[in-house]
Design a protein around this ligand. Structure first.
Ligand SMILES: [Zn+2]
Length: 132
């Protein structure tokens, strides 16, 4: 009494065998199906792109922010592919300075000897408790 199921990958018409909850005839079809579904929905695709930029940003910041506080030249981060327009959230300190964050890594533009730099900090628990 096994029903015959056809692979969910629209470019494939093989029957699916094995466990009842299987939807694809092979791992290849499964990943191909998800890949093309992702391409179709611009929204999901956009989210993936943003996630990728965020992860990359975070990795770049973490690499330079070795002592949980650091100052780095802006050009150095840009060269490594840092994109300051993509961040997860922001935090304002009591002095009114706004730090932008990529997950736990924060950054703020500063001028230092007429050079554009980023001040890097780490997210701290107390920052979440502040209400504005
Ligand atoms: Zn298939």
């Amino acid at each position: 009494m096994t029903e015959t199921k056809i692979c969910r990958n629209e470019n494939c018409d093989k029957t699916v065998e094995g466990r009842r909850d299987r939807q694809f005839c092979s791992d290849y079809c499964k990943s191909e199906h998800h890949y093309s579904a992702r391409k179709k929905t611009g929204k999901t695709y956009f989210k993936l792109e943003v996630d990728e930029v965020l992860r990359k940003n975070r990795a770049i910041l973490a690499k330079h922010n070795v002592k949980s506080k650091a100052t780095v030249r802006k050009s150095v981060l840009i060269e490594e592919g840092f994109n300051s327009r993509v961040f997860t959230h922001y935090w304002k300190n009591k002095a009114g300075d706004t730090y932008l964050f990529c997950y736990d890594q924060g950054f703020k533009e500063v001028k230092d000897n007429h050079k554009d730099k980023y001040l890097l900090i780490m997210w701290q628990a107390y920052m979440a408790q502040q209400v504005f």
